[in-house]
Ligand binder design. Structure first.
Ligand SMILES: [Zn+2]
Length: 330
């Protein structure tokens, strides 16, 4: 298979550079040599942002017209089957180059960014978006890319290529959740285990399950447990609807699960004045609401944000059932 890899010399870094440094250099290289990336990263400097404040958190609303592709992406089986997969190496634009990671993933610049530094990290093979056998990959990647938060959008929760496995990564320091949740979750510790803690936070507009710890095997095992418990709340026996954020700092992983009951809120399907074109995925759950249309950016209110989260986050009933399952693990 031919992979469009960036020559090490073009990265202008020594062999000993970290993966984070290489990835950041890749972004610089692509922005200088690929018109689409250049236009869209420069455009990002002009996107409008405003903060909507709540009691214990804030949501940053970003008007980002280029994201219409993702927010309004058709992800039904027929549409997916009929289009050429944009994450397969053979279909990438000729200017797009990447860095091979672990002989399995291709680190690419996301040409339609939300973050100032935004990566898409597809498998080199065309395989379904299914996280179950890649939990440790996510943890290892987060440790290697420690300037970034690595995230996963489930196939029914915002992934615009549900047929081709991919992670994404955004530069740290952008999503409000990175600062906010640490302060909130103290009282939400449900399962203290040696070297690992599991928190359930439900006073944060959306429900969050957080796994924190230093032992990669233990964290991966608990991630598997969490997904297994969510799986059994499902009736359709498919991968539970969820988004996952994962970061690594000072020897510790922090993994946030956002369990879901719905992909898009009713406002997405409303017509006329009532419509708000928002299709929440990991970054929205991380506290940055992406509105591809300016009219939505202007009109969205705190009560709309509360309502949208309420519709898409796990139901109270399933949240209680999850807690019971978790407690039985003690
Ligand atoms: Zn593909």
């Amino acid at each position: 298979m031919h992979l469009p890899l960036l020559d090490q010399k073009e990265l202008k870094l020594s062999e000993s550079a970290t993966l984070s440094q290489k990835a950041r250099m890749l972004i610089q290289q692509q922005v200088s040599s690929w018109d689409l990336a250049k236009t869209n990263y420069e455009g990002l400097k002009r996107v409008k942002v405003r903060n909507v404040e709540f009691d214990n958190c804030s949501i940053r609303v970003q008007f980002n017209p280029e994201r219409i592709r993702s927010s309004a992406a058709k992800v039904d089986a027929k549409s997916i089957q009929e289009r050429a997969c944009f994450l397969c190496a053979r279909n990438l634009p000729k200017e797009q180059k990447g860095i091979l990671y672990d002989d399995q993933y291709l680190i690419l610049v996301n040409p339609f960014p939300i973050f100032n530094e935004h990566l898409t990290i597809p498998d080199i093979l065309h395989a379904d978006q299914d996280i179950s056998c890649r939990l440790k990959d996510m943890l290892l990647l987060a440790r290697e890319l420690d300037d970034f938060v690595v995230f996963y959008n489930g196939p029914r929760c915002g992934a615009s290529a549900p047929d081709h496995f991919h992670f994404q990564a955004g530069i740290k320091g952008f999503m409000p959740i990175e600062e906010e949740l640490v302060n909130l979750e103290e009282k939400d510790l449900v399962l203290p285990k040696e070297g690992c803690g599991i928190y359930m936070t439900d006073n944060y507009l959306r429900k969050v399950i957080t796994v924190v710890g230093e032992d990669i095997e233990m964290i991966a095992a608990w991630m598997r447990e969490v997904i297994g418990m969510l799986y059994f709340l499902n009736e359709d026996r498919m991968e539970p609807m969820m988004n996952i954020l994962c970061s690594y700092d000072n020897g510790e992983w922090r993994v946030h699960f956002f369990p879901r009951r719905q992909h898009r809120p009713k406002q997405y399907f409303d017509q006329g004045e009532k419509q708000i074109l928002i299709s929440p995925a990991s970054v929205d759950f991380g506290g940055v609401f992406i509105t591809p249309r300016e009219e939505d950016f202007v009109k969205i209110k705190a009560s709309d944000i509360e309502d949208i989260f309420e519709q898409v986050t796990l139901s109270d009933e399933d949240w209680k059932r999850f807690r019971v399952s978790l407690l039985t693990c003690l």
